[in-house]
Design a protein around this ligand. Structure first.
Ligand code: BEZ
Length: 256
């Protein structure tokens, strides 16, 4: 049997992220409001990225630990004064330490949802809450389809290169309940998202695992191909790119 090459890892450049994906933290305000952090609470931000939204959370709570698997993003978060730590959300090692676990736009990068939820459960005190928002259902379906078509056309198996996990509300609720959470809110909703630039900027930041297997020439051709496929559906009459985001937003807690 031939051994398959491992899936390429997603890498992050904080400067690029700030320039092309600043909307991620901006659009995190509603899920932060759903968390409703209290001044006495200790909170874990799971998948903090560059820490821009975590800073807002830290201003409202007693203490915040910011966790991310990207050393570059952790360095950026630390530089902004946060207690930022490098670690995988699929292997959390905290034990009954937090009043709440919060996560914005990160859980879709963690396909082993059972490992993530089990770790969150362990990290929480009795009665602790878990409040999150991430991509669900048909999130970025047009972008994902165009990426898959472009990679298939170049002889690559897109399933192997696709890092994303977008569950339905029904599936995620069942997972939470199977780990002992009481779900008080879960909804899946469309959130068409204007991009600060064009789709190429979005691909730069978020689609690295697909392009890692292409050489420079193939990569440029694939990206042009993707932009061409998407322009008719994802741009408005002014040429503004609007990505087809779908969010899964939830609040759950452990028994007290
Ligand atoms: C999202 O936030 O939904 C997302 C980000 C990057 C890739 C795919 C989805």
């Amino acid at each position: 049997m031939t051994k398959q090459a491992p899936q390429p890892a997603q890498s992050w450049d904080p400067k690029d992220y700030a320039a092309k994906a600043g909307f991620v933290a901006e659009l995190g305000a509603p899920v932060l409001a759903l968390l409703d952090p209290q001044p006495h609470e200790r909170i874990l931000d799971l998948g903090c990225g560059d820490g821009v939204l975590t800073k807002r959370l830290a201003a409202l709570a007693a203490s915040v630990v910011a966790l991310d698997s990207s050393p570059e993003q952790v360095a950026a978060a630390r530089a902004s004064g946060l207690d930022a730590r490098e670690g995988s959300g699929e292997a959390l090692s905290f034990d009954a330490e937090f009043d709440a676990v919060f996560s914005n736009a990160a859980l879709h990068w963690m396909p082993d949802a059972d490992a993530v939820i089990a770790g969150i459960r362990r990290a929480l005190k009795p009665g602790g809450r878990f409040v999150a928002e991430f991509g669900g259902g048909d999130n970025c379906a047009a972008v994902r389809t165009a990426l898959h078509q472009a990679m298939s056309a170049r002889g690559h198996d897109p399933q192997r290169l696709d890092p994303w996990y977008f569950p339905t509300a029904q599936d995620y609720r069942a997972k939470l309940e199977s780990h002992g959470f009481i779900v008080t809110h879960i909804e899946l909703f469309d959130r068409p998202t204007p991009l600060p630039g064009d789709i190429d900027g979005w691909l730069d930041v978020f689609a690295g695992t697909f392009f890692a297997v292409l050489n420079d020439e193939e990569c440029a051709a694939a990206r042009a191909d993707i932009a061409q496929r998407l322009r008719p559906t994802l741009t408005d009459e002014n040429g503004q790119w609007i990505a087809d985001y779908v969010r899964l937003r939830l609040a759950a807690h452990l028994p007290g």
